[in-house]
Design a binder for this molecule. Structure first.
Ligand code: NAD
Length: 500
Protein backbone atom coordinates (compact mmCIF):
# COMPACT_ATOMS: atom_id res chain seq x y z
CA UNK A 1 0.00 0.00 0.00
CA UNK A 2 1.06 3.51 -0.83
CA UNK A 3 1.61 5.74 2.22
CA UNK A 4 2.89 9.29 1.75
CA UNK A 5 2.08 12.80 2.96
CA UNK A 6 -1.31 14.26 1.98
CA UNK A 7 -2.05 17.74 0.64
CA UNK A 8 -5.78 17.46 1.35
CA UNK A 9 -7.27 16.25 4.61
CA UNK A 10 -10.64 14.68 5.25
CA UNK A 11 -13.57 17.03 5.90
CA UNK A 12 -14.61 17.44 9.53
CA UNK A 13 -18.27 17.73 8.50
CA UNK A 14 -20.01 16.40 5.39
CA UNK A 15 -20.96 19.05 2.82
CA UNK A 16 -24.74 19.64 2.64
CA UNK A 17 -26.15 20.17 -0.85
CA UNK A 18 -29.51 21.37 -2.15
CA UNK A 19 -30.94 20.57 -5.55
CA UNK A 20 -30.88 23.31 -8.19
CA UNK A 21 -34.21 24.10 -9.83
CA UNK A 22 -35.02 27.22 -11.86
CA UNK A 23 -31.97 29.03 -10.53
CA UNK A 24 -32.89 28.33 -6.88
CA UNK A 25 -31.22 26.05 -4.34
CA UNK A 26 -33.92 23.89 -2.80
CA UNK A 27 -34.66 20.70 -0.91
CA UNK A 28 -37.66 20.33 -3.23
CA UNK A 29 -40.14 17.70 -2.08
CA UNK A 30 -37.47 15.70 -0.23
CA UNK A 31 -38.32 14.42 3.21
CA UNK A 32 -35.22 12.23 3.36
CA UNK A 33 -31.59 12.80 2.56
CA UNK A 34 -28.85 10.58 1.17
CA UNK A 35 -25.46 10.59 2.89
CA UNK A 36 -22.45 9.69 0.78
CA UNK A 37 -19.47 8.27 2.69
CA UNK A 38 -15.98 8.34 1.20
CA UNK A 39 -15.40 4.78 0.00
CA UNK A 40 -11.70 5.10 0.82
CA UNK A 41 -12.06 6.56 4.31
CA UNK A 42 -15.54 5.58 5.47
CA UNK A 43 -16.43 9.08 6.71
CA UNK A 44 -19.52 11.04 5.57
CA UNK A 45 -18.55 13.56 2.90
CA UNK A 46 -21.78 14.71 1.21
CA UNK A 47 -25.47 14.92 2.04
CA UNK A 48 -28.12 15.33 -0.67
CA UNK A 49 -31.89 15.60 -0.74
CA UNK A 50 -33.59 12.47 -2.00
CA UNK A 51 -35.77 13.95 -4.75
CA UNK A 52 -38.93 12.53 -6.30
CA UNK A 53 -41.13 12.71 -9.38
CA UNK A 54 -42.60 15.99 -8.05
CA UNK A 55 -39.18 17.60 -8.34
CA UNK A 56 -38.77 16.21 -11.83
CA UNK A 57 -42.08 17.84 -12.82
CA UNK A 58 -40.98 21.16 -11.35
CA UNK A 59 -37.57 21.03 -13.03
CA UNK A 60 -39.14 20.16 -16.39
CA UNK A 61 -41.54 23.12 -16.14
CA UNK A 62 -38.54 25.39 -15.46
CA UNK A 63 -36.52 23.89 -18.32
CA UNK A 64 -39.49 24.13 -20.71
CA UNK A 65 -40.12 27.75 -19.78
CA UNK A 66 -36.44 28.58 -20.19
CA UNK A 67 -36.43 26.86 -23.56
CA UNK A 68 -39.52 28.63 -24.87
CA UNK A 69 -39.14 32.04 -23.27
CA UNK A 70 -35.53 32.82 -22.39
CA UNK A 71 -33.04 34.01 -24.95
CA UNK A 72 -30.96 30.84 -24.51
CA UNK A 73 -32.40 28.80 -27.36
CA UNK A 74 -33.15 31.66 -29.74
CA UNK A 75 -30.10 33.78 -28.96
CA UNK A 76 -26.81 33.66 -30.81
CA UNK A 77 -24.24 30.91 -30.62
CA UNK A 78 -21.83 33.64 -29.61
CA UNK A 79 -23.89 34.42 -26.49
CA UNK A 80 -23.95 30.75 -25.50
CA UNK A 81 -20.27 30.42 -26.23
CA UNK A 82 -19.49 33.30 -23.85
CA UNK A 83 -21.24 31.51 -20.98
CA UNK A 84 -19.50 28.21 -21.74
CA UNK A 85 -16.08 29.89 -21.86
CA UNK A 86 -16.71 31.67 -18.57
CA UNK A 87 -17.77 28.34 -17.04
CA UNK A 88 -14.52 26.74 -18.22
CA UNK A 89 -12.59 29.54 -16.56
CA UNK A 90 -14.51 29.04 -13.29
CA UNK A 91 -13.90 25.28 -13.46
CA UNK A 92 -10.17 25.95 -13.67
CA UNK A 93 -10.39 28.36 -10.72
CA UNK A 94 -12.27 25.78 -8.64
CA UNK A 95 -10.13 22.84 -9.71
CA UNK A 96 -8.99 21.81 -6.21
CA UNK A 97 -12.48 22.00 -4.72
CA UNK A 98 -13.94 19.93 -7.57
CA UNK A 99 -11.09 17.41 -7.55
CA UNK A 100 -11.33 16.90 -3.80
CA UNK A 101 -15.09 16.36 -3.96
CA UNK A 102 -14.64 13.89 -6.83
CA UNK A 103 -11.98 11.93 -4.95
CA UNK A 104 -13.95 11.83 -1.72
CA UNK A 105 -17.07 10.54 -3.47
CA UNK A 106 -15.50 8.13 -5.97
CA UNK A 107 -12.33 6.93 -4.23
CA UNK A 108 -10.19 7.78 -7.28
CA UNK A 109 -6.65 9.25 -6.88
CA UNK A 110 -6.56 13.00 -6.32
CA UNK A 111 -4.00 13.50 -9.10
CA UNK A 112 -6.36 11.76 -11.52
CA UNK A 113 -9.35 13.83 -10.32
CA UNK A 114 -7.37 17.01 -10.87
CA UNK A 115 -6.44 15.83 -14.37
CA UNK A 116 -10.09 15.08 -15.12
CA UNK A 117 -11.26 18.49 -13.91
CA UNK A 118 -8.70 20.32 -16.05
CA UNK A 119 -9.46 18.12 -19.06
CA UNK A 120 -13.15 18.86 -18.50
CA UNK A 121 -12.45 22.61 -18.60
CA UNK A 122 -10.80 21.99 -21.98
CA UNK A 123 -13.93 20.21 -23.20
CA UNK A 124 -16.12 23.16 -22.11
CA UNK A 125 -13.80 25.43 -24.12
CA UNK A 126 -14.04 23.18 -27.15
CA UNK A 127 -17.85 23.05 -26.89
CA UNK A 128 -17.93 26.85 -26.67
CA UNK A 129 -16.41 26.89 -30.15
CA UNK A 130 -19.00 24.39 -31.34
CA UNK A 131 -21.80 26.74 -30.20
CA UNK A 132 -20.55 29.18 -32.87
CA UNK A 133 -19.62 26.56 -35.48
CA UNK A 134 -23.02 24.84 -35.51
CA UNK A 135 -24.67 25.41 -38.87
CA UNK A 136 -26.91 23.87 -41.47
CA UNK A 137 -26.67 23.42 -45.19
CA UNK A 138 -27.86 25.01 -48.43
CA UNK A 139 -28.90 23.47 -51.76
CA UNK A 140 -28.40 25.80 -54.66
CA UNK A 141 -28.88 23.03 -57.21
CA UNK A 142 -32.66 22.61 -57.14
CA UNK A 143 -33.35 24.54 -60.30
CA UNK A 144 -34.02 28.18 -61.05
CA UNK A 145 -37.16 28.43 -58.90
CA UNK A 146 -36.10 26.67 -55.76
CA UNK A 147 -33.57 27.11 -53.00
CA UNK A 148 -33.15 24.47 -50.32
CA UNK A 149 -32.00 25.12 -46.77
CA UNK A 150 -31.31 22.70 -43.96
CA UNK A 151 -31.38 24.32 -40.56
CA UNK A 152 -30.56 22.85 -37.19
CA UNK A 153 -32.66 23.59 -34.13
CA UNK A 154 -32.17 22.56 -30.52
CA UNK A 155 -34.19 19.43 -29.66
CA UNK A 156 -35.77 21.15 -26.64
CA UNK A 157 -35.66 19.92 -23.04
CA UNK A 158 -33.03 17.21 -22.49
CA UNK A 159 -32.92 14.81 -19.54
CA UNK A 160 -29.29 13.95 -18.74
CA UNK A 161 -28.56 10.91 -16.55
CA UNK A 162 -24.93 10.20 -15.60
CA UNK A 163 -22.99 7.41 -13.82
CA UNK A 164 -20.55 7.35 -10.89
CA UNK A 165 -17.26 6.38 -12.52
CA UNK A 166 -16.27 9.73 -14.09
CA UNK A 167 -18.99 12.04 -12.77
CA UNK A 168 -17.46 15.37 -13.76
CA UNK A 169 -15.74 14.28 -16.96
CA UNK A 170 -18.76 12.46 -18.39
CA UNK A 171 -20.84 15.52 -17.57
CA UNK A 172 -18.33 17.63 -19.52
CA UNK A 173 -18.59 15.32 -22.51
CA UNK A 174 -22.32 16.00 -22.67
CA UNK A 175 -23.62 19.11 -20.88
CA UNK A 176 -21.69 21.86 -22.72
CA UNK A 177 -22.63 20.30 -26.08
CA UNK A 178 -26.29 20.19 -25.06
CA UNK A 179 -26.04 23.84 -24.02
CA UNK A 180 -24.11 24.79 -27.16
CA UNK A 181 -27.04 23.53 -29.24
CA UNK A 182 -29.46 25.80 -27.32
CA UNK A 183 -31.29 23.07 -25.40
CA UNK A 184 -32.25 23.30 -21.74
CA UNK A 185 -31.54 20.48 -19.32
CA UNK A 186 -32.64 18.45 -16.32
CA UNK A 187 -29.57 16.63 -14.98
CA UNK A 188 -29.61 13.62 -12.66
CA UNK A 189 -26.15 12.58 -11.52
CA UNK A 190 -25.53 9.22 -9.81
CA UNK A 191 -26.74 9.18 -6.20
CA UNK A 192 -23.20 8.13 -5.20
CA UNK A 193 -21.41 11.08 -6.79
CA UNK A 194 -23.69 14.10 -7.18
CA UNK A 195 -21.37 16.68 -5.56
CA UNK A 196 -19.38 17.99 -8.51
CA UNK A 197 -22.50 18.31 -10.70
CA UNK A 198 -24.09 20.52 -8.03
CA UNK A 199 -20.91 22.58 -7.62
CA UNK A 200 -20.95 23.05 -11.38
CA UNK A 201 -24.55 24.31 -11.27
CA UNK A 202 -23.34 27.15 -9.01
CA UNK A 203 -20.51 27.93 -11.44
CA UNK A 204 -22.92 28.02 -14.38
CA UNK A 205 -25.09 30.52 -12.54
CA UNK A 206 -22.01 32.61 -11.77
CA UNK A 207 -21.08 32.44 -15.48
CA UNK A 208 -24.41 34.07 -16.39
CA UNK A 209 -26.55 31.08 -17.40
CA UNK A 210 -30.23 32.11 -17.31
CA UNK A 211 -32.42 30.48 -14.64
CA UNK A 212 -34.05 27.21 -15.62
CA UNK A 213 -31.58 26.38 -18.41
CA UNK A 214 -29.80 23.80 -16.23
CA UNK A 215 -31.57 22.08 -13.33
CA UNK A 216 -29.91 19.44 -11.16
CA UNK A 217 -31.87 16.83 -9.23
CA UNK A 218 -30.55 14.28 -6.75
CA UNK A 219 -32.01 11.01 -5.57
CA UNK A 220 -32.37 7.37 -6.54
CA UNK A 221 -32.11 6.43 -10.20
CA UNK A 222 -35.12 4.14 -10.00
CA UNK A 223 -37.24 7.16 -8.91
CA UNK A 224 -35.74 10.36 -10.34
CA UNK A 225 -33.99 8.78 -13.35
CA UNK A 226 -37.02 6.72 -14.25
CA UNK A 227 -39.32 9.79 -13.97
CA UNK A 228 -37.00 11.70 -16.32
CA UNK A 229 -36.95 8.88 -18.88
CA UNK A 230 -40.75 8.61 -18.78
CA UNK A 231 -41.57 12.32 -18.70
CA UNK A 232 -43.92 13.38 -21.49
CA UNK A 233 -42.52 16.91 -21.69
CA UNK A 234 -38.88 15.91 -22.08
CA UNK A 235 -37.84 15.79 -25.74
CA UNK A 236 -34.65 13.80 -25.46
CA UNK A 237 -32.92 11.67 -22.85
CA UNK A 238 -29.17 11.23 -22.77
CA UNK A 239 -28.23 8.29 -20.59
CA UNK A 240 -24.77 7.04 -19.63
CA UNK A 241 -24.53 3.93 -17.49
CA UNK A 242 -25.00 0.20 -17.61
CA UNK A 243 -26.51 -1.59 -20.59
CA UNK A 244 -29.12 -3.05 -18.25
CA UNK A 245 -30.43 0.34 -17.03
CA UNK A 246 -29.97 1.77 -20.54
CA UNK A 247 -32.50 -0.78 -21.75
CA UNK A 248 -34.98 0.43 -19.08
CA UNK A 249 -34.39 4.02 -20.18
CA UNK A 250 -35.03 3.13 -23.81
CA UNK A 251 -38.30 1.40 -22.90
CA UNK A 252 -39.41 4.34 -20.71
CA UNK A 253 -38.54 6.83 -23.46
CA UNK A 254 -40.89 5.02 -25.84
CA UNK A 255 -43.91 6.68 -24.15
CA UNK A 256 -43.53 9.99 -26.02
CA UNK A 257 -40.92 8.62 -28.43
CA UNK A 258 -38.12 10.74 -27.06
CA UNK A 259 -34.97 11.02 -28.99
CA UNK A 260 -32.53 8.82 -27.07
CA UNK A 261 -28.78 8.91 -26.64
CA UNK A 262 -27.24 5.92 -24.86
CA UNK A 263 -23.61 5.43 -23.80
CA UNK A 264 -23.38 2.01 -22.22
CA UNK A 265 -21.01 -0.76 -21.22
CA UNK A 266 -18.05 -2.30 -22.98
CA UNK A 267 -15.88 -5.43 -23.08
CA UNK A 268 -13.03 -3.96 -24.99
CA UNK A 269 -10.33 -6.02 -26.69
CA UNK A 270 -6.62 -5.22 -26.68
CA UNK A 271 -5.41 -7.10 -29.77
CA UNK A 272 -1.65 -7.67 -29.77
CA UNK A 273 -0.08 -9.07 -32.94
CA UNK A 274 3.26 -10.90 -32.99
CA UNK A 275 5.18 -7.91 -34.40
CA UNK A 276 3.96 -5.42 -31.76
CA UNK A 277 6.21 -3.37 -29.49
CA UNK A 278 5.57 -5.56 -26.45
CA UNK A 279 6.99 -3.09 -23.91
CA UNK A 280 4.70 -0.31 -25.12
CA UNK A 281 1.73 -2.68 -25.26
CA UNK A 282 2.38 -4.08 -21.76
CA UNK A 283 2.46 -0.61 -20.21
CA UNK A 284 -0.75 0.45 -21.97
CA UNK A 285 -2.49 -2.79 -21.05
CA UNK A 286 -1.60 -2.27 -17.37
CA UNK A 287 -2.78 1.34 -17.58
CA UNK A 288 -5.97 0.31 -19.40
CA UNK A 289 -6.96 -2.22 -16.78
CA UNK A 290 -5.90 -0.20 -13.70
CA UNK A 291 -7.14 3.25 -14.74
CA UNK A 292 -9.95 4.26 -12.38
CA UNK A 293 -9.53 0.83 -10.74
CA UNK A 294 -10.91 -0.73 -13.92
CA UNK A 295 -14.24 1.08 -13.41
CA UNK A 296 -13.98 2.49 -16.87
CA UNK A 297 -16.32 1.82 -19.81
CA UNK A 298 -13.40 1.80 -22.27
CA UNK A 299 -11.10 -0.31 -20.09
CA UNK A 300 -9.15 -2.80 -22.26
CA UNK A 301 -10.26 -5.80 -20.25
CA UNK A 302 -9.82 -8.55 -22.88
CA UNK A 303 -6.25 -9.15 -24.00
CA UNK A 304 -6.13 -11.12 -27.25
CA UNK A 305 -2.51 -11.95 -28.02
CA UNK A 306 -0.75 -13.92 -30.74
CA UNK A 307 0.25 -17.27 -29.26
CA UNK A 308 3.93 -16.79 -30.21
CA UNK A 309 4.29 -13.75 -27.89
CA UNK A 310 1.78 -14.66 -25.19
CA UNK A 311 4.30 -15.72 -22.56
CA UNK A 312 6.68 -12.83 -23.11
CA UNK A 313 3.86 -10.25 -22.98
CA UNK A 314 2.28 -11.85 -19.91
CA UNK A 315 5.60 -11.72 -18.04
CA UNK A 316 5.99 -8.03 -18.85
CA UNK A 317 2.45 -7.25 -17.71
CA UNK A 318 2.93 -9.07 -14.40
CA UNK A 319 6.22 -7.26 -13.78
CA UNK A 320 4.66 -3.82 -14.40
CA UNK A 321 1.51 -4.59 -12.44
CA UNK A 322 3.56 -5.35 -9.32
CA UNK A 323 4.88 -1.75 -9.42
CA UNK A 324 1.50 0.03 -9.63
CA UNK A 325 0.93 2.21 -6.56
CA UNK A 326 -2.38 1.32 -4.94
CA UNK A 327 -3.59 3.18 -1.87
CA UNK A 328 -5.17 6.22 -0.24
CA UNK A 329 -6.63 8.34 -3.07
CA UNK A 330 -5.71 11.53 -1.20
CA UNK A 331 -2.05 10.56 -1.53
CA UNK A 332 -0.57 12.47 -4.49
CA UNK A 333 1.47 9.45 -5.58
CA UNK A 334 -1.41 6.97 -5.69
CA UNK A 335 -2.23 5.49 -9.11
CA UNK A 336 -5.15 3.23 -8.11
CA UNK A 337 -7.54 4.21 -5.33
CA UNK A 338 -10.53 2.57 -3.70
CA UNK A 339 -13.32 0.75 -5.48
CA UNK A 340 -16.30 3.14 -5.45
CA UNK A 341 -18.82 1.04 -3.57
CA UNK A 342 -19.03 -2.21 -1.64
CA UNK A 343 -21.58 -3.71 -4.04
CA UNK A 344 -19.13 -3.17 -6.91
CA UNK A 345 -16.26 -4.70 -4.88
CA UNK A 346 -18.36 -7.79 -4.19
CA UNK A 347 -19.38 -8.01 -7.83
CA UNK A 348 -15.74 -7.95 -8.97
CA UNK A 349 -14.70 -10.58 -6.40
CA UNK A 350 -17.67 -12.69 -7.53
CA UNK A 351 -16.32 -12.63 -11.10
CA UNK A 352 -12.86 -13.60 -9.83
CA UNK A 353 -14.20 -16.71 -8.10
CA UNK A 354 -16.40 -17.55 -11.08
CA UNK A 355 -13.34 -17.29 -13.36
CA UNK A 356 -11.47 -19.76 -11.20
CA UNK A 357 -14.38 -22.18 -11.09
CA UNK A 358 -14.76 -22.00 -14.89
CA UNK A 359 -11.12 -23.10 -15.26
CA UNK A 360 -9.27 -19.86 -16.03
CA UNK A 361 -5.84 -19.57 -14.42
CA UNK A 362 -5.42 -16.68 -11.96
CA UNK A 363 -1.85 -15.43 -12.48
CA UNK A 364 -1.93 -12.61 -9.92
CA UNK A 365 -4.19 -10.52 -7.67
CA UNK A 366 -7.94 -10.77 -7.48
CA UNK A 367 -8.14 -10.24 -3.73
CA UNK A 368 -9.04 -7.41 -1.38
CA UNK A 369 -5.95 -5.75 0.10
CA UNK A 370 -6.09 -5.59 3.88
CA UNK A 371 -6.46 -2.03 5.17
CA UNK A 372 -8.26 -0.37 8.11
CA UNK A 373 -10.60 1.47 5.70
CA UNK A 374 -11.17 1.59 1.99
CA UNK A 375 -11.85 -1.06 -0.64
CA UNK A 376 -8.56 -1.75 -2.36
CA UNK A 377 -8.35 -4.54 -4.85
CA UNK A 378 -5.17 -6.15 -6.15
CA UNK A 379 -5.60 -6.13 -9.96
CA UNK A 380 -6.22 -9.61 -11.32
CA UNK A 381 -4.82 -11.28 -14.44
CA UNK A 382 -6.36 -14.49 -15.75
CA UNK A 383 -4.77 -16.60 -18.47
CA UNK A 384 -6.18 -19.62 -20.35
CA UNK A 385 -9.44 -17.71 -20.81
CA UNK A 386 -11.69 -19.05 -23.57
CA UNK A 387 -14.09 -16.69 -25.37
CA UNK A 388 -17.06 -18.60 -23.91
CA UNK A 389 -16.15 -18.02 -20.26
CA UNK A 390 -18.22 -15.51 -18.28
CA UNK A 391 -15.00 -13.59 -17.53
CA UNK A 392 -14.53 -12.94 -21.24
CA UNK A 393 -18.16 -12.06 -21.97
CA UNK A 394 -19.52 -9.82 -19.21
CA UNK A 395 -18.45 -6.31 -18.28
CA UNK A 396 -16.77 -6.69 -14.88
CA UNK A 397 -16.06 -2.98 -14.32
CA UNK A 398 -13.02 -3.67 -12.17
CA UNK A 399 -9.28 -4.32 -12.55
CA UNK A 400 -9.57 -7.80 -14.06
CA UNK A 401 -7.66 -8.67 -17.24
CA UNK A 402 -8.35 -11.82 -19.24
CA UNK A 403 -5.77 -13.31 -21.61
CA UNK A 404 -6.79 -15.32 -24.65
CA UNK A 405 -4.29 -16.50 -27.28
CA UNK A 406 -5.03 -16.48 -31.03
CA UNK A 407 -3.27 -18.17 -33.94
CA UNK A 408 -3.98 -15.91 -36.91
CA UNK A 409 -5.48 -12.58 -37.96
CA UNK A 410 -8.94 -13.94 -38.80
CA UNK A 411 -9.26 -15.72 -35.49
CA UNK A 412 -8.22 -12.54 -33.65
CA UNK A 413 -10.95 -10.56 -35.43
CA UNK A 414 -13.53 -13.27 -34.82
CA UNK A 415 -12.84 -13.28 -31.05
CA UNK A 416 -12.60 -9.48 -30.87
CA UNK A 417 -16.09 -9.15 -32.36
CA UNK A 418 -17.61 -12.07 -30.47
CA UNK A 419 -19.39 -9.84 -27.93
CA UNK A 420 -22.68 -7.97 -27.67
CA UNK A 421 -20.65 -4.82 -26.92
CA UNK A 422 -18.85 -2.51 -29.35
CA UNK A 423 -17.49 0.44 -27.41
CA UNK A 424 -13.72 0.51 -27.96
CA UNK A 425 -10.70 -1.56 -28.99
CA UNK A 426 -6.94 -1.24 -29.14
CA UNK A 427 -4.73 -2.78 -31.80
CA UNK A 428 -0.98 -3.32 -31.44
CA UNK A 429 1.21 -3.95 -34.49
CA UNK A 430 4.21 -2.30 -36.14
CA UNK A 431 2.74 -3.15 -39.51
CA UNK A 432 0.43 -0.47 -40.87
CA UNK A 433 -1.36 -2.95 -43.08
CA UNK A 434 -2.16 -5.28 -40.16
CA UNK A 435 -3.28 -2.49 -37.84
CA UNK A 436 -5.46 -0.77 -40.45
CA UNK A 437 -7.07 -4.06 -41.53
CA UNK A 438 -7.85 -4.77 -37.88
CA UNK A 439 -9.16 -1.23 -37.32
CA UNK A 440 -11.56 -1.70 -40.25
CA UNK A 441 -12.85 -5.08 -39.13
CA UNK A 442 -13.39 -4.39 -35.43
CA UNK A 443 -16.93 -3.36 -34.65
CA UNK A 444 -16.42 -0.59 -32.10
CA UNK A 445 -17.08 3.13 -31.84
CA UNK A 446 -13.44 3.88 -31.01
CA UNK A 447 -10.26 2.13 -32.09
CA UNK A 448 -6.82 2.99 -30.78
CA UNK A 449 -3.77 1.90 -32.76
CA UNK A 450 -0.59 1.42 -30.70
CA UNK A 451 -2.10 3.31 -27.76
CA UNK A 452 -5.15 3.14 -25.50
CA UNK A 453 -7.64 5.48 -23.76
CA UNK A 454 -6.19 8.52 -25.53
CA UNK A 455 -7.68 11.56 -27.24
CA UNK A 456 -9.59 14.76 -26.69
CA UNK A 457 -12.98 16.26 -27.46
CA UNK A 458 -12.34 16.70 -31.20
CA UNK A 459 -13.28 13.12 -32.04
CA UNK A 460 -16.66 11.55 -31.24
CA UNK A 461 -17.20 8.70 -28.79
CA UNK A 462 -19.97 6.17 -28.57
CA UNK A 463 -20.76 2.56 -29.15
CA UNK A 464 -21.68 0.01 -31.80
CA UNK A 465 -24.13 -2.79 -30.94
CA UNK A 466 -25.32 -2.87 -27.31
CA UNK A 467 -22.74 -0.29 -26.23
CA UNK A 468 -25.05 2.51 -27.21
CA UNK A 469 -26.86 4.79 -29.58
CA UNK A 470 -25.54 8.14 -30.78
CA UNK A 471 -22.25 9.97 -30.30
CA UNK A 472 -20.82 12.46 -27.83
CA UNK A 473 -18.17 15.18 -28.36
CA UNK A 474 -16.73 16.55 -31.57
CA UNK A 475 -19.11 18.34 -33.91
CA UNK A 476 -21.24 15.18 -33.73
CA UNK A 477 -21.66 15.83 -29.99
CA UNK A 478 -23.50 19.10 -30.58
CA UNK A 479 -25.43 17.91 -33.65
CA UNK A 480 -26.74 15.03 -31.54
CA UNK A 481 -28.90 17.52 -29.59
CA UNK A 482 -30.41 19.17 -32.66
CA UNK A 483 -33.31 18.44 -34.98
CA UNK A 484 -32.81 18.96 -38.67
CA UNK A 485 -35.37 21.03 -40.57
CA UNK A 486 -35.60 21.07 -44.37
CA UNK A 487 -36.79 24.29 -45.95
CA UNK A 488 -37.81 24.71 -49.59
CA UNK A 489 -37.94 28.32 -50.74
CA UNK A 490 -39.90 29.00 -53.92
CA UNK A 491 -38.29 31.76 -55.94
CA UNK A 492 -40.74 33.63 -58.14
CA UNK A 493 -44.10 32.22 -59.18
CA UNK A 494 -45.09 28.65 -58.27
CA UNK A 495 -46.61 26.73 -61.18
CA UNK A 496 -50.40 26.52 -60.59
CA UNK A 497 -51.89 23.07 -59.92
CA UNK A 498 -55.51 24.02 -60.65
CA UNK A 499 -55.70 24.96 -64.29
CA UNK A 500 -57.67 28.02 -65.55
P1 NAD B 1 -26.10 2.55 -13.70
O1 NAD B 1 -26.71 2.08 -14.97
O2 NAD B 1 -26.33 1.76 -12.48
O3 NAD B 1 -26.55 4.04 -13.35
C1 NAD B 1 -26.38 5.11 -14.25
C2 NAD B 1 -27.34 6.22 -13.88
O4 NAD B 1 -28.67 5.76 -14.09
C3 NAD B 1 -27.27 6.67 -12.43
O5 NAD B 1 -27.45 8.07 -12.36
C4 NAD B 1 -28.47 5.97 -11.82
O6 NAD B 1 -28.97 6.64 -10.68
C5 NAD B 1 -29.47 6.02 -12.95
N1 NAD B 1 -30.55 5.04 -12.91
C6 NAD B 1 -30.65 3.91 -12.16
N2 NAD B 1 -31.84 3.30 -12.38
C7 NAD B 1 -32.48 4.04 -13.32
C8 NAD B 1 -33.73 3.91 -14.00
N3 NAD B 1 -34.57 2.90 -13.74
N4 NAD B 1 -34.06 4.84 -14.91
C9 NAD B 1 -33.23 5.87 -15.21
N5 NAD B 1 -32.03 6.05 -14.58
C10 NAD B 1 -31.67 5.14 -13.66
O7 NAD B 1 -24.54 2.69 -14.05
P2 NAD B 1 -23.37 3.02 -13.04
O8 NAD B 1 -23.20 1.81 -12.17
O9 NAD B 1 -23.57 4.36 -12.43
O10 NAD B 1 -22.14 3.14 -14.04
C11 NAD B 1 -21.48 2.05 -14.53
C12 NAD B 1 -21.91 1.68 -15.94
O11 NAD B 1 -21.85 2.81 -16.79
C13 NAD B 1 -21.01 0.66 -16.61
O12 NAD B 1 -21.78 -0.31 -17.29
C14 NAD B 1 -20.21 1.47 -17.61
O13 NAD B 1 -19.71 0.75 -18.70
C15 NAD B 1 -21.20 2.49 -18.02
N6 NAD B 1 -20.53 3.67 -18.57
C16 NAD B 1 -20.57 3.89 -19.91
C17 NAD B 1 -19.91 4.98 -20.46
C18 NAD B 1 -19.90 5.25 -21.93
O14 NAD B 1 -19.58 6.36 -22.33
N7 NAD B 1 -20.25 4.30 -22.76
C19 NAD B 1 -19.22 5.85 -19.63
C20 NAD B 1 -19.20 5.59 -18.26
C21 NAD B 1 -19.88 4.50 -17.75
Amino acid sequence: MNNNALIHSLPVQPRHFDMFIDGQWTQGSATRSVTRRSPAHDVPVSVYPSGSGVDVDQAVVAARQAFEQSTWARGSGEARSTVLLKTAELIRQHCEELALCETLETGKPIAQSRGEVLASAGIWEYAAGQARALHGDAFNNLGEDMLGLVTREPVGVVGLITPWNFPFFILAERLPFILASGCTVVVKPSELTSGTTLILAGLLQQAGLPDGVVNVLTGPGSVVGQAISEHADIDMVSFTGSTEVGRLTLAAAAGNMKKTGLELGGKNPQVVFADADLDAAADAIVFGICFNAGQCCVSGSRLLVHRSVEQRLTAKILELLARVRIGDPLDEATQVGSITELRQMERILGYVSQGRSEGAQLMTGGYRIESPQGMYLQPAVFSQVTPQMTLAREEIFGPVLTITAFDDFDQAMQIANDTPFGLAASVWSRDLNTSLRAMRQIKAGRVWVNTTIAGGPELPSGGFKQSGIGRETGRYGVEEYTEVKSVHLQLGERARWVQD
